[in-house]
Design a protein around this ligand. Structure first.
Ligand code: SAH
Length: 222
């Protein structure tokens, strides 16, 4: 639950996201994000996912540092990516790049189960403890290489990638159900990347649609 002191700031943030959704409609095809996505953003206490020194900034529409040179995405980006996944309450979702676990917590509000893979072990451990502390029971995190996905629980109804590879990792296409959605930033490290919404067709091919210019940390190979 979002504590009282943040309620006003959070409501202002939701209004900003709503406005930005309308402004970016020409790119995303969506004038408004679904009520389920907006409710999830309202519920998840973003300040609990960043250090105490950043609590005051947690409800600004800005990316924030989460340590280890990594960032938690801007709330509008979390909103648009979540919306583009078209998740139903029965869906199993895979996330690549757990980071602090905020995006996973938002997904867990609207999906049945979330699996999330993080390459930096200390981030994975901290996210797992934080989410347990917040009572999120339907999120499973493991340390590993996101280029390989998480084959044990595949196929997934939706996959979200929150670090940018240069091309779509083939394992992620394999682990997506036919009809499944993949939302992923693609591009070179430290340049502007492009956010794509992809759908796996019944013949196994992937159709890709360009959405927005975005800036993500690179997806790294270890
Ligand atoms: N979704 C996160 C933000 C992610 S920042 C949140 O809500 O906080 C991107 C994350 O991707 C970083 O934590 C980074 O360590 C991770 N990452 C980068 N390359 C990866 C890879 N190959 N596999 C898994 N995670 C990776």
């Amino acid at each position: 639950m979002v504590e009282n002191q943040y309620v006003q700031e959070r409501d202002r943030l939701l209004a900003e996201i709503d406005e930005e959704a309308a402004q970016t409609q020409a790119y995303t095809g969506r004038k408004q994000f679904s009520a389920r996505v907006m409710n999830a953003l309202q519920k998840v206490p973003r300040h609990q996912f960043v250090g105490a020194d950043q609590h005051d900034m947690a409800y600004l529409n800005r990316p924030l540092s989460i340590g280890q040179g990594q960032t938690i995405s801007q709330p509008y980006i979390v909103a648009v990516m979540t919306d583009l996944l078209d998740i139903t309450p029965e869906d199993t979702v895979l996330e690549i790049g757990t980071g602090c676990g905020y995006q996973a917590a938002v997904l867990a509000e609207i999906a049945k189960t979330v699996y999330s893979v993080e390459t930096i072990e200390v981030l994975a451990t901290a996210a797992r403890e934080r989410l347990e502390g917040l009572g999120c029971k339907n999120i499973h995190i493991r340390t590993g290489d996101g280029f390989l996905g998480w084959p044990e629980y595949a196929p997934y109804d939706a996959i979200i990638v929150t670090a940018a590879p240069r091309t779509v990792p083939p394992a992620l296409i394999e682990q997506l159900k036919p009809g499944g959605r993949l939302v992923i930033p693609i591009g070179e490290a430290f340049e502007t990347q492009t956010l794509y919404r992809c759908v796996k067709e019944s013949d196994g091919t992937l159709t890709q649609k360009r959405m927005l210019p975005v800036a993500f940390v690179p997806m790294v190979k270890n």
